[in-house]
Design a protein around this ligand. Structure first.
Ligand code: ADP
Ligand code: ASP
Ligand code: MG
Length: 405
């Protein structure tokens, strides 16, 4: 007898019929004698709906109230799933984040988990309850409701599994595991039977939303394998995210992030400390900068371009314009039209020709690159957003055709 944590995403719990399917997976583990904790997301597009309703009221919602609002989606699901299990004759009980509690930092919308109180859950296991937990939410030390960022229910599941020292943590979703690229965009994707934490972390961070990147960090920290599998396919082994690397595959995946903007600080004085001032200003305002390019113009001044998330664009431009004289620049330009395409794989940096192949795929498809960045384990390029699906497909084809030869 062990402890099993299962998580079901929004599309898996979208309606009453799907909840019944979910129960099958839960009951199977329970009937085998396991203690089962189940983490669920909001049903279907509920979170999107809540956010668009919020936009009808305000463009700049109060961050605390935003979390109070968006956390409600998961509360609906836990009650409905507990009732469905009860209808089937099982002992089930629902818990919102604050009832456990899952204690977090106070960063509304992006709160980090400090601590999961396992006693509440373990006591309910003693009484043979199936424990249904609301994903994506916790409570800070001042009793404010907090949420973890879009896709954050995965992080709840892995954190709960780590805290309970679970034997198994399964993330059920609408695809049968982690693939070499998004199966909804690219044809002929390959399922990865295993993927390492480091690769998965990059895949998630670079846009493969199948797992929330923070859940991968927790999995790695606690050495907890994460199994990603389909709710709807009966025979699904899924993908195991674990410590070992895939053999023979240099490239584990191709991802895209369609929410990238670029800012150019034009005519920055060529003096020591100018670049630092720009990034310090952004960092002090919690704006994360990604790919950076600095170039020298014809005169002594330089131009500095960098990419950021589109959601930070408005704030970043305002802050830079407000301080334009202090930072010693002539003009701030911006473009909100970019996507970041990344290839991820262990040892990419040491493998010759990977970058050339990637750039060739883009060249052959007439796709312009705006910026490039590389690391030990990934290469990213920025392209026009209208080219993003074409770019993902072209790059995926280049690498997977090669592998299949
Ligand atoms: P859930 O609601 O279950 O949390 P998500 O929509 O968050 O599900 O994540 C699953 C989706 O992730 C899939 O439907 C798929 O379109 C997308 N996805 C993107 N990249 C990948 C990838 N490399 N492998 C698998 N799925 C991916
Ligand atoms: N409901 C939240 C979202 O849509 C959390 C999740 O589904 O993981 O982002
Ligand atoms: Mg998700």
């Amino acid at each position: 007898m062990g402890i099993v944590v299962q998580k079901f995403g929004g599309s898996s719990v979208a309606d009453a019929e799907k909840l019944l399917k979910v129960c099958k997976h839960i009951i199977k583990e329970y009937n085998e004698g396991n203690n089962v904790a189940v983490v669920v997301s909001a049903q279907g597009k509920t979170t999107d709906r809540l956010i668009s309703e919020e936009k009808e009221i305000t463009k700049k919602p109060n961050k605390r109230e935003h979390d109070v609002l968006v956390s409600t989606g998961e509360q609906i699901t836990i009650a409905k799933l507990a009732m469905t299990l009860q209808e089937l004759g099982y002992k089930a009980i629902s818990l919102a984040g604050w009832q456990i509690p899952i204690i977090t930092t106070s960063e509304f919308g992006n709160a980090k988990i400090k601590y999961v109180n396992t006693k509440t859950i373990l006591d309910l296991f003693e009484e043979k309850y199936i424990v249904i937990i609301a994903g994506f939410q916790g409570i800070d030390e001042k009793l404010n409701i907090t949420t973890f960022g879009r896709g954050g229910s995965d992080t709840t599941a892995v954190a709960v599994a780590a805290a309970l020292k679970a034997d198994k943590c399964e993330i059920f979703t609408d695809v049968d595991g982690v693939f070499s690229s998004d199966p909804r965009i690219v044809e002929d994707v390959k399922k990865l039977e295993k993927v390492s934490y480091d690769e998965m972390l990059e895949l998630s961070s670079m846009g493969a939303k199948v797992l929330h990147n923070r859940c991968v960090e927790i999995g790695k920290k606690y050495n907890l394998p994460i199994i990603v599998k389909s709710t709807f396919e009966e025979q699904s082994d899924g993908t195991v995210v674990t410590d070992s690397y895939m053999e023979d595959l240099t490239i584990s995946g191709v991802t895209k992030d369609d929410h990238i903007a670029r800012i150019s600080v034009m005519g920055l004085e060529n003096k020591i400390g100018r670049t630092y001032n720009v990034f310090k200003l952004l960092a002090d305002n919690d704006i994360n900068v990604d790919v950076i390019v600095q170039s020298f113009g014809e005169n002594v001044n330089k131009n500095l371009s960098f990419s950021i998330k589109t959601s930070d664009l408005e704030d970043a431009v305002k802050i830079l314009n407000d301080h334009i004289n202090e930072i010693g620049a002539r003009e701030i330009r911006y473009f909100d039209n970019l996507s970041k395409i990344s290839i991820i794989g262990v040892g990419i940096a040491n493998k010759t020709g990977v970058a050339a192949d990637m750039f060739e795929a883009l060249y052959e498809n007439n796709i312009n690159m705006h910026m490039i960045s590389t690391s030990e384990i990934k290469i990213s390029v920025l392209v026009d957003r209208e080219d993003s699906n074409k770019a993902v497909n072209a790059i995926h084809k280049k690498f997977y055709d090669k592998l299949n030869k």
